[in-house]
Ligand binder design. Sequence first.
Ligand SMILES: [Ca+2]
Length: 468
Amino acid sequence: MKSLLTFLILALGLTPLVADEPPNILLICVDDLRPELNCFGKDYIVSPHIDALAANGRAFQNHYVNAPTCGASRYTLLTGTYGSSSNGALFSRAKELGKDPEAFPPSMPAWFKENGYTTVSVGKVSHHPGGRGGADWNKEDEPEMPLSWDRHLLPAGEWQHPRGWMHGLANGEIRKNAKDMDVYQALEGEDDIYPDGISTDEALKQMKELAKDDKPFFLAVGILRPHLPFGAPAKYLEPYKGKKLPPVPHPEQPDWKTTWHKSGEFMKYNRWGRNPNEDAEFSEEVRRHYAACVTYADAQVGRLMEQLKASGEAGNTIVVLWGDHGWHLGEHAIWGKHCLFEEALRSPLIISYPGIKDAGLATSSTVETLDIFPTICEVAGLPVPGFVTGTSLMPQLDSPAAEGHPAFAYSKNNRTVRTATHRLILHKDGYAELYDHTSEAGETKNVAEANPEKVKELTALIESRLAN
Ligand SMILES: [Ca+2]
């Protein structure tokens, strides 16, 4: 079967990874990562390891998530289908699966498992790091993703339990009341004084073990930073200390109806009571610490890639790096996500594997998170299941110039579509925001009234794809 597939793929002129053995998958999910990286054209960010991954693969400069919220976005990645806009989307699915194991088709890891892979998740891959429910997210009998992972792991270390790790600051500080915590912090120490250090240690251990096995592996590693609170070892803040960052584009709060969000989570952590929308010095400091967290996350990517090389599996592994959504650092006076603007929906996607054509060339095609499931199936030579909604990105992997397709997203009952030129946001009451990305105004000017035909066309597109 494999050789027939390989023959067909070659005959069609496509170039998936062709090896004697089924390739491994290393999926790296990074929490709240903006596409603000050196390899995405932002040279003030220090991200050498992610840049190296892009140099050996394809960076998707216009990748959009399907939901601007951790849990809902991860649902679409891990199931290949749309779900609810709630952070609990995977838990709701698990509950239904508990009543009827056929209630949903297999998840992405379950699909790989059914096709002979060992599947392991470490860190924050699904919404709850380690994939358990209960008050502290560690109840064994409440799995978030039943039937999916051979091991769904989160070593919480001195953070006590997965919930503690998720919101942790240095040296085991866990969140009791966010109001008592620093919104940013950079204490002196090694990587493991913050939560990502110990989960990466576990991922390296898992990779080492998996590499010894005859079976191919699907290893998903979820890096927590740059998620709030913005804590990272002091050494990662060094490149940004005293550095003037570029100004925040369009920092004004929109004065027309939008999906604007009041940045509740950020403001909750902000015990100093400073408002970055009115306090330029504080705004810069928040952005510097976010950047430090990106560089810390990048260092964890470096450790994973080094281990992959050391394990001897780098020549037979497909690496996918994905951000679960973007994050507003002051654009439209938002410090968070949860809205349908470009900054919340656009996130990094990089796919890399040995033999990829035109390695290092980025693509500007518009694509979405749902595309990842069929893509990695195709690159790995696995059948693409009929239930997935996305479109394989093999054309873009073969040629960066290949055309993309509209990207859809939802938040509560508001829906949006992004084409190569426009974004339409359709509110649940029928109100429309239309933004023209070919104009300099971009998402600072709602042009819906002046363009009723465009609104009609894109409304039909949304309704053909997303139920209200
Ligand atoms: Ca997130």
